[in-house]
Write a protein that binds this ligand. Structure first.
Ligand code: COS
Length: 376
């Protein structure tokens, strides 16, 4: 699979990077090819039509795909990760049979709706409400920066079912299908980077949904925060792996440039200050790779990997920031103009330190767990 993926990336996707950047869209025929290749179903269990890759295998594919523009991977990755994981881990048999096979083929692209205009890092403060009405819920509220919502056929939505509870306890995860009355998908935002991967607002206006659409069924009312956080653990390791792949691409660009750019009569790669930057980037890359695979291993074994997932995402995204900065520096003036890919890759890299948990929130997650260990 890795060979096929590698060929597809190099031959088909890399030449399209600039087009996707300019048009802010992945061409439909590329999406159709991704569906044919089965990419949407990489992690979905085989009995529901997927490849059922384990997490270590998933990370290798993630790293490979992250060497090209993130927009390509983000066409199908929500179905591989946060868009399907809630149903795979906590869904009822009925929910799995209803959604997973069509998620695996890409017929149903997915989105994960946690963030709101007033709810970012403080994920437990969500205000989107789900009021019980007989055997239905009526959902009102708004979600923000939702990746892939313009394409999604199914959305996992966190809403507050218990208004008397302000924190994590009153939150429930719902499965909402596109076309449900009261579901409004907004216009895509203009982002700094990662063009071609749409993010937008999603609004719910008196949207009625049966209680059966709670992830895992009605008995999971109030368990939405833990479901979201468990899904995010996998999401964070996955984002860490994407940072590793993006770092690899930036290092390739920087090293190749250093070998061909001549100053003072010789390639700048001969100069020790350039070598120091390359060496620091390679070291950052190797450390990110090792920590990410360690976190993936722990999660795969079913351990509580929230600290490792946070640490892997924190370290790898910060390392990516340093690597992107050095890659531009090595390119000099050429790194600051759009003729070279590093200008775009630098902007693409910036978001990684923010989404699926900012570096600062991840520091808190790591420190809290550490201190608890010492207190005990
Ligand atoms: N897995 C399972 N359960 C988890 C968990 C995880 N990774 N993280 C927290 N929980 C549980 C806790 O154990 C706690 O349960 P108990 O009350 O039974 O002990 C409950 O969830 C609440 O956790 P906590 O007290 O840590 O909640 P806080 O409100 O203090 O916030 C942070 C936790 C800040 C870490 C959380 O809100 C967060 O991760 N924020 C960032 C959100 C984010 O990543 N957004 C990105 C957009 S999503 S693409």
């Amino acid at each position: 699979m890795l060979n096929t993926v590698d060929r597809f990336i190099k031959k088909r996707l890399t030449p399209l990077e600039q087009k996707v950047e300019e048009e802010d869209e992945v061409p439909d025929d590329v999406i159709a090819e991704m569906r044919e290749m089965g990419l949407f179903g990489l992690t979905i269990p085989q009995e529901y039509g997927g490849f059922e890759l384990d997490l270590m295998q998933e990370m290798k594919v993630q790293m490979a795909f992250s060497e090209t523009s993130p927009a390509f991977r983000l066409v199908f990755w929500p179905n591989v990760g946060i868009g399907s994981r809630g149903i795979v881990m906590f869904g009822t048999e009925e929910q799995k049979r209803r959604y997973l096979p069509r998620m695996a083929t890409g017929e149903l692209p997915t989105s994960f709706c946690l963030t709101e205009p007033g709810t970012g890092s403080d994920a437990a403060s969500i205000t989107t409400s789900a009021r019980r009405d007989g055997d239905h819920y009526v959902i009102n509220g708004a979600k923000r920066f939702i990746t892939n919502a313009t394409r999604a056929g199914v959305l996992t939505v966190m809403a507050r079912t218990d208004p008397s509870e302000k924190g994590p306890k009153g939150i429930t995860a719902f499965i909402i299908e596109r076309g449900t009355l009261g579901l409004i998908v907004g216009k895509k935002e203009k982002k700094m980077g990662q063009r071609g991967s749409p993010i937008c607002d999603v609004t719910f206006e008196n949207l009625r949904i049966p209680a059966e659409n709670i992830v895992g069924g009605p008995q999971n009312e109030g368990k939405g925060f833990k479901i979201a956080m468990s899904v995010l653990d996998g999401g964070r390791v996955s984002v860490a792996a994407s940072a590793v792949g993006m770092a690899k691409r930036l290092i390739d660009e920087a090293a190749r440039y250093a070998l061909q750019r001549v100053q003072f009569g010789e390639p700048i790669a001969n100069f020790q200050l350039i070598q120091a930057m390359l060496a620091d980037s390679e070291t950052d890359y190797l450390a990110s790779h090792a920590l990410t695979m360690r976190a993936a291993e722990a999660l795969e074994r079913g351990e509580d990997a929230r600290t490792l997932a946070a640490a892997a995402k924190y370290f790898s995204s910060e390392a990516l920031g340093r690597i992107a900065d050095r890659a531009v520096q090595i390119h000099g003036g050429s790194g600051y103009v759009a003729d070279y890919p590093v200008e775009r890759l630098y902007r693409d890299a910036r978001g990684v330190r923010i989404y699926e948990g900012t570096s600062q929130i991840l520091q808190l997650v790591i420190a809290r767990a550490m201190l608890k260990r010492y207190e005990n």
